[in-house]
Ligand binder design. Structure first.
Ligand SMILES: [Zn+2]
Length: 248
């Protein structure tokens, strides 16, 4: 009996039990929820899940305008290096967004099973200010500080143009070498910033923002990642409103 397996958390068991079909349905459902809850907009959102075989199911780039209507067949499968394993059944020519590099960097922590990236409105305020989101509401205490990765998009793209390094974008990702150059840096800094807290993923997910860009939330499953995004957004909103009432 799988449920009697010693030393395996219920989350690990649920993750192992999720088939590709279930993962596709769950991603479709969560993308609709992200849209309905106002966490996603047409400037972009991405979601990924680690499958049983270790590969990653991820949504497509350029689909920001229709995330509210995304379907289970819109997702493609890549490996942990970002290379294409299987194209999306519905639109096979579309690849994963380059920010998926940040998802992949933190999937090196085996406890991370799902990631949501969004330009969510309240955490975005802190990301634009380059400010850590400190836990303020009771419900946000479990997640602790949400740090901001200070990797300036404009500075790094300028550096890319000046240095002209050879960049090979993995085959499963949208081929934008300059954006990949930036995202590799963000991915490296994210993994480094979260590494001292990797063990916390045994009990809950983690979140981090990228300067001026958006938030990345990791979970032991996609529902947990979504819940953590809600907690961060509610906390950020409460801090903003509290500051409007006076200093905190
Ligand atoms: Zn983004």
């Amino acid at each position: 009996m799988i449920f009697n397996s010693p030393g395996r958390s219920i989350f690990a068991i649920l993750a192992v039990m999720m088939s590709e079909t279930e993962a596709r349905q769950k991603m479709e459902e969560i993308l609709h929820d992200l849209w309905d809850r106002g966490h996603a907009n047409t400037t972009g959102v991405s979601v990924s899940i680690r499958l049983d075989d270790g590969n990653i199911l991820v949504d497509q780039t350029g689909a920001g305008f229709r995330k509210c209507r995304v379907a289970a067949g819109d997702f493609l499968i890549i490996d942990l290096n970002g290379n294409l394993v299987r194209p999306a059944p519905l639109i096979p020519q579309k690849l994963a967004p380059v920010n998926t590099g940040v998802h992949l960097a933190y999937y090196k922590n085996p406890l991370a099973q799902a990631c949501i990236h969004a330009h969510a409105p309240y955490s975005q305020v802190f990301a634009c200010r380059g400010e850590t989101i400190n836990p303020y509401t009771l419900q946000s205490q479990i997640l602790g500080e949400v740090l901001c990765i200070h990797a300036d998009d404009a500075d790094l793209k300028k550096e890319y143009r000046e240095r002209k390094p050879f960049i090979e974008v993995p085959s499963g990702l949208h081929a934008r070498p300059d954006v990949w150059y930036v995202m590799q840096k963000v991915a490296e800094l994210t993994a480094k910033a979260l590494e001292p807290r990797n063990h916390e993923m045994e009990k809950h997910g983690l979140a981090i923002t990228h300067y001026q860009h958006g938030i990345f939330v990791f979970g032991r499953n996609l529902d947990e990642a979504f819940d953590n995004l809600e907690r961060v957004e509610a906390n950020a909103r409460t801090i903003i409103f509290s500051r409007m009432m006076g200093q905190i």
